[in-house]
Ligand binder design. Structure first.
Ligand code: HEC
Length: 152
């Protein structure tokens, strides 16, 4: 079947593109050393630690590890607890555009508890917050995220 080799080929091409043009990813407009194989820079991770600590950590945990209750178990009001963002839940199913959308809109439109950050954070800070929680993802999770769309 000609179909079988396609995903590998697409991935190889995508990897080659990322490798050849580091200015391609949305995070690469920032200064700072790019983190090897990732769309963001070390500077963004540092900035993101501050943003995350102030805006996100009270719900998602200082190291994006989530809260102590099971994030898959609804509260009595039907909403979900804040999930971990450190790669152990399913944030890696969402490409960068969707992660930004969640942060912009929050969970309220879907009956959730997360506030909307569209007008509360600059895009630079939103991307930095994403860079920060993605810095906890190991390479396997990150690679799977790229397969799910990543920065496309
Ligand atoms: C008041 C608590 C709260 C704050 C503050 C908060 N979140 Fe959330 N977040 C949630 C909850 C709860 C969910 C699950 C969806 C829902 O119910 O709204 C969620 C979901 C998410 C998701 C989707 C994860 C997935 O696996 O689909 C992302 C990404 C996220 N938050 C990022 C952030 C970032 C980045 C910040 C800070 C800028 C932040 N959140 C601040 C409560 C919060």
């Amino acid at each position: 079947m000609a179909i079988t080799p396609m995903p590998a080929l697409v991935l190889a091409v995508a990897t080659a593109l990322v490798g050849c043009s580091p200015s391609r990813g949305p995070g690469q407009t920032q200064n700072g050393t790019p983190v090897a194989g990732r769309w963001y820079s070390t500077q963004q991770v540092q900035d993101g630690r501050d943003v995350f600590g102030v805006q996100c950590a009270q719900c998602h945990g200082a190291e994006a590890q989530g809260v102590t209750v099971d994030w898959r178990q609804r509260f009595e009001d039907g909403s979900f607890p804040p999930p971990p963002l450190n790669g152990t839940a399913h944030a890696w199913h969402h490409p960068l555009t969707v992660l930004l959308q969640v942060i912009n809109q929050g969970g309220v439109p879907l009956g959730g508890q997360m506030p909307a950050f569209a007008d509360r954070l600059s895009d630079k800070d939103k991307l930095a917050a994403i860079a920060y929680f993605q810095s906890f993802w190991d390479d396997e999770v990150y690679l799977n995220w790229e397969r799910m769309g990543g920065t496309d």
